[in-house]
Ligand binder design. Structure first.
Ligand code: 3HC
Length: 289
């Protein structure tokens, strides 16, 4: 099947960036968010990002790319005539299941339904649809416009043809796709990183070292971001929901860590809210100890 028209559900941290990647590559994109404000913010962020790329000659015309994007607050209208849906709503199992049911009811039968979930088993999302063979994981990394990796995840019933189509599509977007053939919580990347996430949280719970101390060491080793800085960048809400999921799907240990829960409850969501482990109100924190 020729994939030309794509709907991206959710205009937040990942959704806006995923929509941008498709639009840059000439796809017609329906960007949908139930909240008008979130939609506006997402479109503004896409424009800002495109302007940066245009300054470097990586994009010819910001307006031309923007014209590939149509915005929607109604899900059924957004998916009604597309070849592919990429779901990028918050990492909450019940919310994703609800969205999957709605997408399945309104998208054309030919459409592939992909999830950008970082953790939730694709087979569980596929199970609420009438087309589990057309459901696949398409996990981008933040920021999608910069990061090359895409995990393409096979659910228990995903067809080989759909896997290959999404793999080839990811390549055509200039990405480096990797097939994940066993569907398990966190897939490969986040499964590897899950114990580190727990450790980082426990280091704070136990007051072993400050975020600045840990991050200064990691930056000194040449990493592009410190570990706590990256948690803020990804979003404390995303991290919190991941740990909640892991506490049920992997080990109850993930439910024991209090620092992430406290930040989440205090609405210190990291870069997006201006504060998390660090103060982001004046841009990227300077880590200097
Ligand atoms: N749009 C366009 N360009 C962007 C951009 C955006 N949104 N974000 C960064 N860039 C460009 C900058 O313009 C700059 O381009 P240049 O080299 O041509 O000047 C380049 O990227 C580097 O950006 P900056 O100089 O502003 O800042 P950094 O050097 O710190 O790079 C970063 C920013 C690319 C985000 C880098 O810090 C990085 O790689 N961080 C780690 C990111 C990471 O690990 N992401 C994965 C998170 S895990 C995840 O996403 C899984 C999910 O499921 C939760």
């Amino acid at each position: 099947m020729d994939i030309r028209k794509v709907a991206v559900i959710g205009a937040g941290e990942m959704g806006h960036g995923i929509a941008e990647v498709f639009a840059i590559n000439g796809f017609q994109v329906n960007l949908m968010d139930a909240y008008e404000d979130a939609l506006k913010k997402g479109l503004n962020r896409i424009r800002e990002s495109l302007s940066k790329l245009a300054e470097k000659g990586k994009v010819k015309s910001v307006d031309e790319v923007m014209s590939n994007i149509n915005s929607f607050t109604d899900l059924a209208a957004a998916v009604s005539n597309v070849d592919l849906v990429v779901e990028a709503v918050p990492e909450i199992v019940d919310l994703k299941l609800k969205i999957f049911k709605e997408v399945d009811a309104s998208a054309p039968r030919r459409a592939i339904i992909a999830s950008n979930t970082s953790n939730i088993r694709i087979s569980d999302l596929a199970a609420v649809t009438a087309r589990p063979e057309m459901v696949v994981g398409m996990h981008f990394f933040n920021p999608p416009v910069v990061m090359k990796l895409v995990e393409v995840i096979k659910g228990e019933k995903t067809s080989d043809d759909v896997m290959q189509q999404v793999f080839d599509l990811s390549k055509s977007l200039g990405k480096t796709p990797v097939k994940v053939l066993k569907d398990s919580p966190g897939f490969i990347v986040n499964r590897i990183q899950a114990p580190e996430l727990l450790l980082l949280c426990l280091i704070q719970d136990k007051g072993i070292a400050s975020p600045e101390e840990v991050d200064a060491l990691l930056l000194g080793q040449g990493l592009p971001m410190g570990a706590y800085e990256l948690l803020d960048f990804v979003g404390i809400d995303v991290v919190y929901h991941s740990m909640e999921y892991f506490s049920k799907a992997l080990s109850s240990d993930y439910g024991k860590c209090s620092t992430i829960r406290r930040l989440y409850e205090e609405k210190k969501l990291g870069k997006k809210s201006g504060a998390g482990f660090y103060d982001w109100s004046k841009g990227r924190p300077s880590i200097d100890i």
